[in-house]
Design a protein. Sequence first.
Length: 245
Amino acid sequence: MRANGLMGSFYHISEWVMRFLVTNLLWFIFNLPIVYLAVHLIIVENMSELVMVTITIAVFMPFIFIPATVAMFAVTRKWVMKEIDIPIIRSFWSYYKENYLRSMLGGLILDVIWIIYVLDYYYFMVLNSESYSSTLLFFLSILFLIVFAFLVAFTFNFISYTVHIHERLFKTLKDTLIITIGSPLISLSISGVNVFIVYISFSVFTFLIPFFMGSLIAFISFIFFHLIYLKVTSLQKENDNEWQS
């Protein structure tokens, strides 16, 4: 039996803290190879080594980072759907195994999209920035910032869609693109909130990275996605009713 009053509130809060903590630790442990490379990325001493480590991280992302992140999203999805008391470790591992192939394939596509974005940014904003006028450079900066925000939202919406709806991969990608572009304010909110969490985690509260950063992002991202999903399904029902009438 749970305590009432102040002790009951403390118990409820501690339960949620432990859920986020355990889920994030699992995600962090599964991503240890990428964590090691990311730390090495900070201490590299020359450009060639920097490029090699970055390429290695990009290669590992679809096989390690994305499947673990999908499993984390699947766990936090249960909380949003009011299925609170689930065995976190067993559920995480079950989702990881069940969705590994699908997550890996989706991760490969996301990897290619992000690599294209980074290469374009490097070409236009680093290699050739001196050849542009200040006005053109300003508009290019705004354009790349907008594309970055929508790519962040698209990535998280894709993962949320993957754990919420079982569809073919390319239909998932198509629907995710429609959802992301069709709800620009929510998409920008997803990007803004998550970029803020990452910024705070790396610059101020570094303890969040292994303990809370990932699970907070997953939980918040799925809440936003679910808002879009409910909006879309509601519109579909209205359209179906109009056709039937």
